[in-house]
Design a protein around this ligand. Structure first.
Ligand code: DQA
Length: 145
């Protein structure tokens, strides 16, 4: 099994940005935690972060036809308005689990517009760094079915 963990804009600033919402772990620390869990589960993990919409689109396209079990994707604010990313998810046949650290449904109304989620397999929102692990477990469980 191979899973791509993707993060969109401003998630490289975890541990610095709005700690009361996102906690104080850096993305690097979270990725290390994911890596450890993947090793336990026998999953090969790949990590990618970009602040640029087009680069995220390209990265999604690059998985096409490859042997990925799925993508765990936190699109950041792009979740709420990027039709380009939503279309990119539709282009590939690989399942995407959308994850958010915060519970976006309990936040501003503008964050409840979920554009990328419409083409994702499902959404996990509100469990801090654990959201990424729950995304991983969802893809592993789906594969085991
Ligand atoms: C986020 C939620 C988004 O609304 C926000 O723009 C982010 C982070 C989350 O992980 O909770 O950048 O995706």
């Amino acid at each position: 099994m191979k899973i791509l963990f993707m993060n969109g804009p401003n998630l490289n600033m975890l541990g610095i940005r709005e700690k009361h919402i996102y906690g104080d772990l850096s993305l690097e620390t979270i990725n290390q935690m994911i890596q450890k869990e993947c090793e336990k589960l026998g999953v090969e993990a790949e990590f990618y972060q970009s602040n640029i919409e087009g680069e995220l689109v390209d990265k999604i396209h690059s998985t096409y036809g490859k042997d990925y079990t799925g993508i765990v994707f936190n699109p950041g604010a792009y979740s709420h308005y990027s039709l380009a990313l939503s279309d990119a998810i539709k282009c590939i046949s690989i399942p995407v689990v959308e994850v958010h650290m915060s519970n976006v449904f309990a936040r501003e109304e503008s964050r409840q517009n979920m554009v990328t989620a419409k083409n994702s397999l499902g959404v996990i929102s509100g469990f801090g760094e654990q959201s990424y692990l729950l995304g991983l477990y969802a893809l592993v469980a789906r594969k085991a079915k």
